[in-house]
Design a protein around this ligand. Structure first.
Ligand SMILES: Nc1ncnc2c1ncn2[C@@H]1O[C@H](COP(=O)(O)OP(=O)(O)OP(=O)(O)O)[C@@H](O)[C@H]1O
Ligand SMILES: [Mg+2]
Length: 255
């Protein structure tokens, strides 16, 4: 049984097709990175996997640990072991960050140590993300995800707007959570990371990269090679360079 298997996924938002037939698989212990231009459907894909409202699966399936996520509610998906850190984390007035964390996982030691690791100890008594700077919101998101401790962690641009020192703070915490020091076969968690800058990949090694353009996976291959191609030649050329490898993966051919 596969860990995450997405087959021919089509997703509509407000009646408009955004994801137009995506295939993507991820094994336990592995990290996939997603690249792609603005508006190509990256956040839509992660939101659909997490079961967020507003994303309608019109065709295809997402299987996670053998279960069809299209038939489950957002809380069932969450309990099954999927967590997301948002690209744009919302603020919630009237609820303290600490209260939310205690409800996610009532583990005082865990809350104290992860908050310290993310330089957020002083924020626990503040309302969730209210008045937080962009980088503070991102760290607060990561803290919530760590306490949830899901098997599949979805990171939507975790380093966007974060200063250079705090990128290393976030990335090192993520690396620890993903048990990157262990061989893949012994790791229990997997992740999908969306990044434009690639900064996080300097710390958290990804196993495979997907390039998404206009709702399709247009290429797939080694994260380092693909990112270099994008920087040198742009998305379009990069996608055509790696399209052949992607066809191989889709049809199950040896690479
Ligand atoms: N409620 C909506 N109504 C209409 N279009 C929508 C809605 N939500 C999303 N879209 C469109 O879906 C497309 C994909 O959005 P998505 O947020 O998935 O892009 P993205 O690849 O994450 O981009 P970015 O790199 O800018 O974060 C965009 O063109 C967006 O405007
Ligand atoms: Mg996005």
């Amino acid at each position: 049984m596969g860990f995450l298997e997405i087959k021919d996924l089509h997703v509509s938002v407000a009646g408009k097709e955004i994801i137009k037939g995506i295939d993507l698989t991820l094994e336990r212990g592995k990290t996939a990175v997603i690249f792609g231009p603005n508006g190509s459907g990256k956040s839509t894909l992660l939101g659909t996997i997490a079961g967020l409202p507003g994303y309608e699966i019109t065709q295809g399936t997402i299987l996670f640990k053998g279960q069809d996520l299209g038939t489950l509610s957002i809380d069932e998906i969450s309990r099954l072991g999927i967590g997301i850190s948002y690209q744009y984390p919302p603020a919630i007035k009237g609820v303290k960050l600490q209260t939310l964390l205690q409800n996610i996982n009532n583990n005082p030691e865990g809350i104290a140590s992860w908050s310290k690791a993310l330089n957020l100890t002083d924020f626990l008594q503040r309302d969730i993300n209210v008045g937080f700077s962009g980088g503070e919101r991102k760290r607060s998101e990561i803290l919530q995800l760590l306490l949830q401790n899901p098997d599949l962690m979805l990171f939507d641009e975790p380093e966007s707007g974060v200063d250079i020192e705090n990128i290393s703070v976030i990335a090192n915490v993520v690396k620890t959570m993903l048990e990157k020091e262990k061989p893949i076969s012994q790791r229990t968690r997997s992740s999908i990371i969306i990044t434009h800058t690639g900064f996080i990949l300097d710390y958290v090694k990804a196993d495979i990269a997907y390039v998404i353009m206009d709702g399709h996976v247009r290429g797939c291959g080694s994260p380092g090679e693909i990112f270099e191609e994008i920087k040198l030649h742009g998305y379009e050329k990069c996608a055509s360079c790696f399209a052949e490898q992607f066809q191989g993966i889709k049809t199950g051919d040896e690479r």
